[in-house]
Write a protein that binds this ligand. Structure first.
Ligand code: TRP
Length: 357
């Protein structure tokens, strides 16, 4: 695994360089499950990066994986609301589908994407589906006893998400690498079986991961990844007072003097890292400045830095919340554009599979 991980890191590094030189050679596909609002871990880990990519002029699809939510969440009552909240977070952070080459849409609104699921399922085996390490982990951590077939097949659906628009770069964390490998396998197998063997050009690219450079952001408990469900997150939509209260409760340690030692003092290091992500200063320098000020000063520094960093985003967020028609329009326009792309791909797919009547 570590071998292939290193290979993925190397490929990602090369793509990162080439994006600057050949932005139009790429189509970036990224997305989230609509399980709630985004928190600062999402912001520093992926959202800022999406904004950067969109501002570089790289064609970008931002997909809201509403069908995928059904695989492990019972809370379908909130999907529509969560979808709209995600759009608000994206736009508030600087994604702008009117100015950038960005398309935002829920995959349930793009039948052409979903239709690829049927031929794609014939290109993978049951054994492959059941040994996917990320799926296994999700089943375990959600404590699922009766696992629905959607849980095992969602990586194939994820391949549909990526391939229907011929996405070739997918910004993801390490946990999504098995899904990308499956996507590449499906692309390769489709191209071989239906195109190359018949002397035709392949339809699908073999998409690669663009791995985030931001270190994993821990929650305020300092021991696990930040996540809303673990109750250790600061939401982008939190007020300044709520932010201050959450940070006050953050876990630190018994040593007064502040130092940056990620291995030995993970809780303190995480708070320093968050300040660093807000101000751009090195965590070591921040630690040196706080020093004897201790945990109290560490927390007040973070509160101030974070609230200042997020102020424009939060102002914009409030403005967008008051414009539900606009949010809906962004999604409908995005879905329409995604469908136009999907219709073209599906025509090629039909032709290669000898199904044109
Ligand atoms: N599985 C991703 C997650 O849980 C969401 C997702 C669905 C996705 N389809 C995708 C991510 C396609 C990247 C590309 O976060």
């Amino acid at each position: 695994m570590s071998d292939t991980f290193e290979a993925a890191v190397e490929i990602s590094r090369k793509i990162e360089e080439d994006l600057k030189v050949n932005p139009k050679k790429y189509r970036v596909l990224t997305g989230d499950r609509p399980t709630g609002r985004l928190h600062i871990g999402h912001y520093f880990g992926s959202l800022q990066n999406r904004v950067r990519i969109a501002e570089m002029g790289i064609p970008t699809m931002i997909l809201i994986a509403d069908y995928q939510v059904l695989t492990d969440h019972d809370a379908y009552q909130e999907i529509s609301q969560n979808t709209k909240q995600l759009v608000i977070d994206y736009l508030a952070a600087g994604i702008n589908p009117e100015k950038q080459d960005v398309i935002i849409y829920p995959h349930s609104y793009v039948p052409e994407c979903n239709q690829l699921m049927i031929p794609f399922l014939t290109l993978v085996s049951n054994a492959e589906l059941s040994r996917n390490p990320t799926v296994k982990e999700e089943i375990e951590s959600a404590g699922l006893k009766n696992v629905n077939a959607g849980m095992y097949t969602y990586p194939v659906h994820q391949a549909c998400d990526i391939l229907f628009c011929k996405g070739n770069v997918v910004p993801v964390g390490k946990d999504q690498l098995p899904h990308l490998e499956m996507t590449r396998n499906i692309a390769k197998r489709f191209n071989k079986k239906f195109c190359l063997d018949a002397g035709k050009e392949g339809v699908f690219p073999e998409p690669q991961a663009l791995l985030s450079k931001t270190p994993m952001i821990l929650g305020l408990d300092g021991s696990q990844k930040m996540s809303k469900s673990r109750g250790n997150a600061i939401m982008l939509s939190a007020t300044e007072d709520e932010t201050a209260k959450l940070i006050k409760k953050a876990k630190t340690d018994a040593e007064r003097f502040i130092t940056y030692e990620p291995e030995r003092r993970p809780e303190v290091a995480n708070l320093l890292m968050l300040i660093s992500l807000c101000t751009g200063e090195e965590p070591e320098a921040i630690a040196a400045r706080i020093g004897d000020g201790g945990g109290g000063m560490l927390k007040s520094t973070l509160t101030e830095a974070l609230n200042e960093k997020l102020r424009p985003l939060r102002d914009e967020r409030a403005r967008l919340e008051a414009s539900p028609d606009y949010i809906r329009q962004v999604l409908l326009t995005g879905s329409q554009k995604a469908r136009e792309i999907g219709i073209k791909t599906l025509e090629e797919v039909r032709e290669r599979m000898n199904m044109v009547i």
